[in-house]
Design a protein around this ligand. Structure first.
Ligand code: NAP
Length: 259
C-alpha cells in the first residue's frame, strides 16, 4: 500500500488537455491539490472545473513555460493557494512535424524553447518550493521519440526529448541533497488531441506496432507519474519509466507478426 498523496500540492504544466490533463486527473483523484497550467486560461479553467466536478481540488493558472516570469508566478500561485509545493510535473510540449531539410531556424527554436527551455524554466522556478517540501518530486514528460526511437520530421522534437533526460541526470545530482527526486515518464503513442491531429492513418499504424495492442491512455502516464511522486518511490532518481505498451521492444515487424 502506498502512502496517500492527499493534500500534496502538485503543478502540472500543459494540463488543459492531453497527457497533462490525464496526469492532473490522476493526481486530483488521489486527493492532491492540482494547479492546472496552460497558456490559454479558458481551456485550463475548463479542465480544472472538470477535476473539481469529479470531487478533486484544482485551480487553473495561465502561464507560458517559455517565459521565466510566468513560471515564477506559477510556483508562487501553488504555494499561495495550495499551501506549498510538493510535485512538479513538467509536461508541456509541442510536436510539430517538419523534415530537417525544410526546417527553419524559427521552427527549430520554437520546439527547443517550449520543450527544453520550458522544462528548465519550470523546474528552476519550482526549486525553492520543492526544497521546502522536504520530499519534492520533479517528473518530466519525455518521449520514446528521441531517447529510444526516431521518426521522420521529429529531429528537433527528438533532440528536445533526449535533452530532457540529460537535464534530468545532472539535476537529480544537484537536488539530491534536498531530497528532491527527478525522474521522467516516456510515453509511447497515447490517445490525445495532439495525436488525433496527426490523422487516422498515423494512429492506425502506431496501434499496429504495439505488442499490448492499441494506443495508450493518458491515465497510463498519470499512473506512472503518480507512482514516482509517492513517498515509496523516494529512493528512485534520475530514471525513466517507458510507458509504451511494449512498442520499443519489438525487434521488427516480423517479430510483431509472429506474436
Ligand atoms: P497536447 O494534447 O497537444 O497538449 C499540450 C498541452 O501543453 C496543452 O495543455 C497546451 O495548452 C500546453 N502547452 C503547449 N505549449 C505550451 C507553453 N509554451 N506553455 C504552457 N503550456 C503549453 O499534447 P500531448 O500529446 O498531451 O503531449 C504532452 C506531452 O507529452 C508533451 O511533452 C509531449 O512531447 C509528450 N508526449 C506525448 C505523446 C503522445 O502520444 N501524445 C507521446 C510522447 C510524448 P496551451 O496551448 O493552452 O498552452
Amino acid at each position: 500500500m502506498f502512502t496517500s498523496l492527499a493534500h500534496k500540492s502538485v503543478i502540472v504544466t500543459g494540463a488543459s488537455k492531453g497527457i497533462g490533463k490525464g496526469i492532473a486527473k490522476v493526481f486530483a483523484a488521489a486527493g492532491a491539490r492540482v494547479l492546472v497550467v496552460a497558456r490559454h486560461l479558458e481551456a485550463a479553467e475548463a479542465a480544472a472545473t472538470e477535476l473539481r466536478a469529479a470531487g478533486g481540488t484544482a485551480l487553473a493558472f495561465a502561464g507560458d513555460v517559455t517565459v521565466k516570469a510566468d513560471m515564477q508566478a506559477m510556483a508562487k500561485a501553488a504555494v499561495d493557494h495550495h499551501g506549498g509545493l510538493d510535485v512538479l510535473c513538467a509536461n508541456a510540449g509541442i510536436f510539430p512535424q517538419v523534415k530537417l531539410e525544410d526546417m527553419s531556424e524559427t521552427e527549430w527554436d520554437h520546439v527547443m524553447d517550449t520543450n527544453l527551455k520550458g522544462a528548465f524554466l519550470s523546474v528552476q522556478a519550482c526549486i525553492p518550493g520543492l526544497k521546502a517540501s522536504g520530499q519534492g518530486r520533479i517528473i518530466l514528460t519525455s518521449s520514446i521519440t528521441g531517447p529510444v526511437t526516431g521518426f521522420p520530421g521529429w529531429a528537433h522534437y527528438g533532440a528536445t526529448k533526449a535533452g530532457q533526460l540529460g537535464l534530468m541526470r545532472s539535476l537529480c545530482m544537484e537536488l539530491a541533497k534536498y531530497r528532491i527526486t527527478v525522474n521522467a515518464v516516456s510515453p509511447g503513442n497515447i490517445i490525445t488531441e495532439g495525436i488525433a491531429a496527426l490523422g487516422p492513418a498515423y494512429e492506425a499504424s502506431m496501434a499496429a506496432s504495439v505488442p499490448l495492442g492499441g494506443l495508450g491512455r493518458v491515465e497510463d502516464i498519470g499512473n506512472a507519474a503518480l507512482f514516482l511522486a509517492t513517498r515509496e518511490a523516494g529512493y528512485i532518481t534520475g530514471q525513466t519509466i517507458i510507458v509504451d505498451g511494449g512498442q520499443t521492444v519489438a525487434e521488427s515487424t516480423d517479430a510483431l507478426a509472429q506474436m
